[in-house]
Design a protein around this ligand. Structure first.
Ligand SMILES: *[C@@H]1O[C@H](CO)[C@@H](O)[C@H](O)[C@H]1NC(C)=O
Ligand SMILES: *[C@@H]1O[C@H](CO)[C@@H](O)[C@H](O)[C@H]1NC(C)=O
Ligand SMILES: *[C@@H]1O[C@H](CO)[C@@H](O)[C@H](O)[C@H]1NC(C)=O
Ligand SMILES: *[C@@H]1O[C@H](CO)[C@@H](O)[C@H](O)[C@H]1NC(C)=O
Ligand SMILES: *[C@@H]1O[C@H](CO)[C@@H](O)[C@H](O)[C@H]1NC(C)=O
Ligand SMILES: *[C@@H]1O[C@H](CO)[C@@H](O)[C@H](O)[C@H]1NC(C)=O
Length: 369
């Protein structure tokens, strides 16, 4: 894709064994698109969920057997594992080689909970609360720690990393979690600093700029975003105390890494280059240069799954793009479910075609979020 690529100046070797823990509601769909694109264009093998499902057994702990081709022995060399899972390193290590690069992304729990309330409004912990304020004023009235979907309403990041989201807070406990995460993961990104994160990712993986340039995917229209009062913010932090401890810790180590690996000055330049490239690609690829609401999306194969009370935005491609450019642009705006099933068909052409499972969580129904 010569015309759209840019070069990487250094002589490092691009990493091709990657695990991404896709933490819910943290810009992780956009990162998944980056990994899908890189894997597809470099002919890498994905560790995909069996039967073309959309998640790796979530919310149960990850099991190697939930990867298509693992049990049959038909596949032995997996490059990229990035579908939703509840992390369990020992199982991931059965699938991925020891040289694998592990990374994930965290989001400020205040923003995360506001988002997850809108997105998972139908789930049991939220269903009876009129709004987030009511939920937070009396969580005990709505929250049942034993319910199968309780993690969507409390310490969701803690849960996705494989820890108990209902554990009591103690400094010891949170230190232990932080240490475990540090031992398991090579890089923790932050969705509040998405562009800086992409620069760190590009450096760590030795990928070129175009590989990490993206348009936001699975993002909500602004008007479904709730403004939060100071007292709400305080309540969310204390309700999600484990997540808060994880986030603030890795927010610190993130900036230490920026200073150590890139430096603030070069980081600014790299972020500028990234933004310019994104704008350039938006002009090249996108009708109107940006995102549109669900009814405006003309090509239904590019329509993202709609969910809860959020309105998830999508894109229209410009008409008349040449074939190579059109292919590159289309990859960047293909929603994750469609992209994932296309990769499944490509990797397992002999398997029956599965329809995209729209895993909409419904309260009470054994949903998978
Ligand atoms: C990927 O595979 C296709 C078809 O086999 C081939 O044409 C292409 O050159 C390969 N690309 C890379 C980057 O290996
Ligand atoms: C293994 O791969 C072959 C094609 O290479 C396919 O025909 C066969 O059905 C696969 N087996 C399983 C269990 O998926
Ligand atoms: C909480 O959830 C568990 C598991 O679904 C259920 O057995 C229990 O009755 C629930 N408790 C309340 C107070 O609803
Ligand atoms: C947390 O502490 C409370 C009160 O000390 C206790 O009742 C509860 O069982 C503890 N929860 C867990 C998950 O340890
Ligand atoms: C915290 O951990 C340290 C070292 O592991 C231990 O000595 C100490 O007793 C622990 N404190 C509590 C309150 O559990
Ligand atoms: C994250 O770190 C930045 C830079 O040190 C700081 O400005 C910001 O307040 C931190 N955010 C949180 C939530 O701790």
């Amino acid at each position: 894709e010569g015309q759209l690529s840019s070069s990487h100046p250094t002589a490092c070797k691009p990493k091709t064994y990657v695990v991404f823990l896709k933490v819910h509601k943290s810009a992780s769909s956009t990162i998944m698109n980056i990994l899908f694109r890189f894997g597809e264009t470099h002919n890498l093998t994905f560790a995909l969920p069996v039967n073309g499902a959309s998640q790796l057994g979530y919310p149960n702990y990850f099991l190697a057997e939930s990867v298509e081709g693992f049990s049959s022995g038909n596949m032995s060399d997996f490059n990229i594992l990035c579908h939703h899972m509840r992390f369990l390193k020992a199982q991931v290590q059965r699938v991925m080689p020891s040289s694998t690069f592990y990374f994930s992304i965290l989001r400020n729990p205040v923003h995360l909970m506001e988002s997850s309330f809108t997105y998972y409004k139908g789930l049991s912990p939220f269903a009876r609360a009129r709004n987030l304020e009511e939920f937070l004023s009396q969580p005990a009235k709505f929250y049942n720690a034993s319910a199968h979907d309780s993690h969507y309403a409390k310490n969701l990041m803690t849960f996705d990393f494989g820890f108990n989201h209902n554990a009591n807070f103690s400094t010891n406990h949170t230190r232990q979690m932080q240490r475990n995460i540090e031992e398991a993961f090579d890089l923790l990104l932050l969705s509040e600093y998405f562009d800086e994160s992409m620069v760190l990712l590009k450096e760590a993986l030795c990928w070129d700029l175009d590989s990490v340039v993206s348009f936001p995917l699975n993002s909500r229209e602004g008007r479904t975003r709730a403004a939060l009062s100071e007292s709400m913010v305080a309540k969310i932090k204390s309700w999600n105390r484990l997540d808060w401890a994880i986030y603030t810790h890795f927010n610190r180590t993130f900036w230490e890494r920026v200073d150590r690996v890139v430096g603030r000055e070069r980081m600014k330049q790299e972020v500028r280059a990234l933004c310019e490239r994104r704008e350039q690609l938006a002009k090249t690829c996108l009708q109107g240069g940006g995102s549109v609401g669900p009814p405006e999306i003309r090509d239904k194969s590019l329509a993202p799954l709609q969910h809860g009370q959020a309105r998830i935005l999508g894109y229209n491609l410009k008409a008349g793009l040449d074939e190579t450019t059109g292919r590159t642009c289309r990859r960047m705006v293909t929603p994750e479910l469609q992209y994932s099933s296309a990769l499944y068909r490509r990797q397992f052409p002999w398997k029956p075609v599965v329809s995209i499972s729209l895993h909409i969580p419904i309260a009470g129904a054994g949903q998978r979020g």
